[in-house]
Design a protein around this ligand. Structure first.
Ligand SMILES: Cc1ncc(COP(=O)(O)O)c(C=O)c1O
Length: 399
């Protein structure tokens, strides 16, 4: 193993952290990180095994449901990029949200979550948490006064996604962190759309960052995974203990893939943003498009907040086509270059009809609240040439 002794990683920029934070090197002196595909680790005898099992913490190697060197390297590098003290990697983005909720909440607690979050997040919170005696209220994301008014003495957690999937609404992280902390609650931010390359919620006052590593952290649509980043006391004790018992852990192979993804994250995000900006600027004046939704457009209602909070506007563009669901489905059926799939954050451009796929499990009321209409399409703008991406949508809209 190696370390960054003699260097000062705290002074490094994202590009350097992405490549050099938390290096993992064995006595074989390999340049790129090895994978440790092992489910368990060996001991020097019975007493040594007993000692590791009883006192083994996040830095020990006992069993890969708790810790694994490849997974640890991914956790440490992502924590460094987010400016957090610690990270726990999970089997998916949904498992990250579940690990946080069940790891910190108990029966009788109350959660405030944003309206218009990713469909499965809303389903997890509103369908399942109440079964375990945890009350959840949904609040309009951008209305700080509504968050303040919805706080109860037993509110323990505020959870938001910013910008949201797929409506690109933004939360004022600093304002929500004040509201959460004044009531003794934690603020968790799903940073899936921005990644630490564009937004650092912890620096703005959030307590926890959630990730679906499946998206931009991987960047090539290969593995499913997630992560929770925050303070040592929360991650390395409460959530680590929860993971040991509940087991929604990340595999070493997936961690290795995500570790490789992180290396190019800042570079990729710059190009995703550039390509998305080009597409949004073109869509906004297209005759068949009722509304183009992109944080970087001056007509986005929270343009100023986003410019303050994010380094750039991101790689996701949504738009509403004239003619409702039938017209939106026609566009999907006609695209030739982009992939018709539910994933996002891939190097390849993907197109999705949220109302009938990613957000189909929401009630009609929840969909209406979130503004997910039949004509809405979501494009995760990839790294193909922006002219080729535009030409594909152009011919699909023209048809
Ligand atoms: C914003 C957001 N959070 C969480 C998730 C869930 O992630 P996963 O599919 O890795 O469980 C998704 C998936 O699309 C998402 O878009």
């Amino acid at each position: 193993m190696t370390d960054n002794s003699g260097l000062n990683p705290h002074a490094w920029r994202a590009e350097t952290l992405a490549l050099r934070a938390a290096p993992l090197r064995t006595e074989e002196r390999e340049h790129s990180e090895a994978i440790f595909p092992t489910s368990s680790f060996v001991f020097d005898g019975a007493a040594d095994a007993a000692e590791h099992f009883s006192s083994g913490g996040v830095d020990d190697n006992v069993y890969s449901r708790f810790t694994n060197p490849t997974v640890r390297a991914f956790q440490q590098r992502l924590a460094a990029l987010e400016g957090g003290e610690a990270c726990i990697a999970t089997s998916s983005g949904m498992a990250a949200i579940m690990t946080l909720c069940l790891g910190v909440l108990k029966q009788g607690d109350h959660v405030l979550a944003a309206q218009g979050m990713f469909g499965s997040t809303t389903a997890q919170l509103t369908r399942y948490m109440p079964r375990w005696g945890i009350d959840v209220d949904l609040v309009p994301l951008a209305d700080a006064e509504a968050w303040r008014a919805a706080m109860r003495p037993n509110t323990r957690l505020l959870i938001v996604e910013t910008p949201t999937n797929p409506m690109m609404e933004a939360a004022d992280i600093a304002a929500l962190s004040d509201i959460a902390h004044s009531g003794g609650a934690l603020l968790a931010v799903d940073n899936c759309f921005c990644t630490p390359a564009l937004q650092q919620p912890l620096a703005l006052g959030a307590d926890v960052v959630l990730h679906s590593a499946t998206k931009y952290l991987d960047g090539q649509g290969r593995c499913v995974g997630g992560a929770v980043v925050g303070r040592h006391d929360l991650i390395d004790t409460e959530l680590f203990g929860f993971m040991r018992s509940f087991g929604a852990c990340m595999s070493p192979f997936n961690a290795w893939v995500f570790l490789k993804g992180l290396e190019t994250l800042p570079l990729r995000m710059r190009q995703h943003c550039e390509n998305a900006t080009a597409l949004a600027n073109w869509l906004v004046s297209h005759d068949s498009v009722e509304q183009a939704i992109y944080p970087g457009l001056p007509e986005h209602p929270q343009h100023a907040l986003i410019a303050r909070q994010q380094l750039a506007s991101g790689g996701m563009v949504s738009f509403v086509v004239r003619g409702g669901q039938a017209a939106a489905w026609r566009v999907i059926d006609r695209v030739k270059l982009m992939s018709v799939t539910g994933n996002l954050g891939d190097a390849r451009t993907t197109i999705t009809h949220p109302a009938t796929t990613t957000h189909a499990r929401l009630s009609d009321e929840q969909r209406a609240q979130a503004g997910i209409v039949g004509g809405l399409l979501r494009v995760s703008v990839g790294l193909e040439h922006p002219d080729d991406i535009r030409a594909d949508i152009e011919q699909a809209l023209a048809g």
